[in-house]
Design a protein. Structure first.
Length: 161
C-alpha cells in the first residue's frame, strides 16, 4: 500500500496503526518495517521510535521473524541453509539470530528434503551422460542453497549416479 498523498507524510498515530496491521499479517524484520516507514515519509527519529513501540507491543520480534523465515523457506520452498542465511542477511538480521534460526532446522529432515529435491530433479532430467547428470544435480542443489559436501553425500547415498 503506497501513501496516496505523496506531499504529506503520515502522522505518527496513522503510521503506527498501519504498521501494526502490517506486522500482524505476517512476521516482519525490523528492516522491512523501517523501509515501510521511510516510504510513508517519516523522519529517522520517528521511525526508530515507532520500531521501539512495535517491539514493546510485541508486533515486531526479530527472533520470531528469523525462525519463521528459516522454517518457511525450508519447508515451503525447499531452500538450504546457505540460501536461508543469505536471505536473512539481506533482511539485516543479526548473525546470532541467523545462527539460531539455522540450528532450528532438524539435520535429518534437512538431509531428507535434499534427497527428495534431488530425486525429483533427476526424474525431470533427460541427460544420458552420468557425469553431466551428476553435475546438473550438484548445480541444482547448490542453487537451492545446500552445502556441496552434503549434496555429494546425498548423490552417493542413492543410485542417482
Amino acid at each position: 500500500m503506497a501513501n496516496t498523498d505523496q506531499t504529506l507524510p503520515l502522522d505518527r498515530k496513522t503510521a503506527l496503526a498501519k504498521l501494526e496491521a502490517y506486522c500482524a499479517y505476517q512476521e516482519r524484520s525490523q528492516q522491512e518495517v523501517r523501509d515501510k516507514l521511510f516510504g510513508y515519509g517519516l523522519r529517522s527519529a520517528e521511525v526508530e521510535e515507532l520500531i521501539v513501540e512495535l517491539i514493546q507491543n510485541n508486533f515486531l520480534n526479530e527472533e520470531r521473524f528469523a525462525m519463521a523465515y528459516a522454517s518457511g523457506k525450508f519447508n515451503m520452498k525447499g531452500w538450504g541453509r546457505m540460501k536461508i542465511k543469505q536471505g536473512l542477511k539481506f533482511k539485516r538480521v543479526s548473525d546470532r539470530l541467523i545462527a539460531k534460526a539455522l540450528q532450528s532446522i532438524d539435520d535429518s529432515e534437512y538431509f531428507k528434503k535434499l534427497q527428495l529435491l534431488l530425486e525429483k530433479k533427476e526424474r525431470l532430467l533427460v541427460e544420458k551422460d552420468q557425469r553431466k547428470k551428476q553435475y546438473k544435480l550438484l548445480q541444482y542443489g547448490l542453487g537451492k542453497g545446500y552445502e556441496k559436501d552434503l549434496i555429494l553425500t546425498a548423490l552417493n547415498s542413492r543410485e542417482l549416479l
